[in-house]
Design a binder for this molecule. Sequence first.
Ligand SMILES: *[C@@H]1O[C@H](CO)[C@@H](O)[C@H](O)[C@H]1NC(C)=O
Ligand SMILES: *[C@@H]1O[C@H](CO)[C@@H](O)[C@H](O)[C@H]1NC(C)=O
Ligand SMILES: *[C@@H]1O[C@H](CO)[C@@H](O)[C@H](O)[C@H]1NC(C)=O
Ligand SMILES: *[C@@H]1O[C@H](CO)[C@@H](O)[C@H](O)[C@H]1NC(C)=O
Length: 186
Amino acid sequence: MGAPLVLLLLLPLASAQTFGWGPCKTPEVQANFTLEEFVGSWYLVEKLPAFFSPGKCIQSNLTLVENDTALVTNRHVFFGREWHFDGVLFTPHSDQPAKLAAHFGRFVPPMPDWVLATDYSSHSVVYSCMDFFHVFHLEYAWIFSRSPSLTPDALRRCREVLEREGINTSRLQEVEQDCGEPPRED
Ligand SMILES: *[C@@H]1O[C@H](CO)[C@@H](O)[C@H](O)[C@H]1NC(C)=O
Ligand SMILES: *[C@@H]1O[C@H](CO)[C@@H](O)[C@H](O)[C@H]1NC(C)=O
Ligand SMILES: *[C@@H]1O[C@H](CO)[C@@H](O)[C@H](O)[C@H]1NC(C)=O
Ligand SMILES: *[C@@H]1O[C@H](CO)[C@@H](O)[C@H](O)[C@H]1NC(C)=O
């Protein structure tokens, strides 16, 4: 497929995304990352606009299947209904364990899913960027929490991780987590 057609197809999507000129950034990722500690349940608290993460009460449950692969179940609530999207999170390069890739569906290419920072027990900052011929890129960022909300202080530190990498946090959107679920006890 020629570049102009690809660009044309992406235009409507690009308008709802975070678009930037030039190639993707290469942010620093979490040192000594282990997927084993990262799996479990995460609530999405803030995100950059992305057509594929609509709705509210977004939750990702990760289950380790091998030391470098996890199954993902995403829940979204939109149009008053609960939707589930399943995928796989894997480690393309074992020497770069925090640079995960997410695969949702056979016809969609895997997307990078880089863990920029996490303490495993309360928050994580995940970043993804898709490069189009080094001409422009679309970037995504997600701030996850082990509980339905983060303290303002923790949230500020997560935003700082993104800002440190030159990612504009002014477009971050809050994800409501008010779907009547009891908060986790731990
Ligand atoms: C990562 O592991 C190395 C070697 O064990 C250690 O020196 C370093 O402090 C660790 N970094 C973090 C962020 O845990
Ligand atoms: C997973 O285990 C295999 C075999 O024990 C090892 O070679 C590989 O480096 C491990 N990968 C990760 C991401 O720990
Ligand atoms: C994630 O796991 C929690 C706790 O086991 C469960 O209550 C919740 O329904 C799960 N959510 C998804 C999206 O699988
Ligand atoms: C960040 O994005 C906002 C809104 O799109 C824009 O007004 C602002 O100038 C941007 N800041 C930087 C540093 O690029």
